[in-house]
Design a protein around this ligand. Structure first.
Ligand code: ZN
Ligand code: ZN
Length: 199
């Protein structure tokens, strides 16, 4: 088993930079895998449902092995730092919900300055060191201090299926059959389909 620092470095390599958001996804995955008593998913034996589309999702892909490409990563657009990881065998699921915290006025002002490019080099350094501290806290604090962890009952999404591809009557590109629409009696891809709605 790799230690947490090695795993963190792997996640950073994949994601491109080190940030607190990535740390949330990494820690959520580590907590869930431990509670479920499993290792990273080789195939589709684990399923992740993420309630954010931010940096943390990359942590889940690297650490839990639930990826968009394998079809065992599901996105719910709730804008929450909540990660649920489930085992397909035995239907066990762990939900990790991070507690938010209100940034102080100083922190808000500093963040704004840094992102607008108006920060001095000292301010940039201060911001970086605060970010580093947050990352360390997320990765290493006892989980009770940073998140709520519970076993939950969920309806598991069905496994990824393979469908026939057919050519679009408009652009000629092949697409997965269930994604098609009929237009003037011919099958077309969603990119070529002109939606008709009055509502
Ligand atoms: Zn990031
Ligand atoms: Zn088309």
């Amino acid at each position: 088993m790799m230690d947490i620092t090695t795993k963190w470095q792997e996640a950073v390599k994949f994601h491109g930079h080190a940030c607190p958001g990535l740390a949330l996804g990494v820690r959520a995955s580590l907590i869930a895998l431990e509670k479920l008593g499993v290792e990273r998913a080789e195939d589709e034996e684990l399923v992740a449902i993420v309630e954010t589309d931010a940096c943390g999702v990359d942590g889940v892909q690297v650490i839990a092995g639930c990826t968009l490409g394998k079809g065992n990563l599901f996105f719910r657009d709730y804008g929450k730092q909540v990660y649920t990881i489930a085992r397909r065998d035995g239907n066990k699921a762990v939900r990790v919900a991070f507690y938010g915290s209100k940034p102080s006025e100083e922190q808000k002002a500093l963040r704004e300055k840094v992102f607008s490019g108006k920060a001095s080099s000292e301010e940039k350094e201060l911001f970086q060191s605060q970010q580093q501290q947050r990352i360390q806290d997320i990765l290493h604090l006892p989980f009770e201090k940073i998140c709520k962890v519970e076993f939950v009952d969920i309806q598991l999404p069905s496994k990824a299926r393979i469908f026939n591809s057919i050519p679009c009557a408009e652009c000629g590109e092949y697409f997965m059959e269930p994604r098609g629409r009929l237009q003037n009696g011919k099958p077309v891809c969603l990119a070529c389909f002109k939606e008709y709605t009055r509502w």
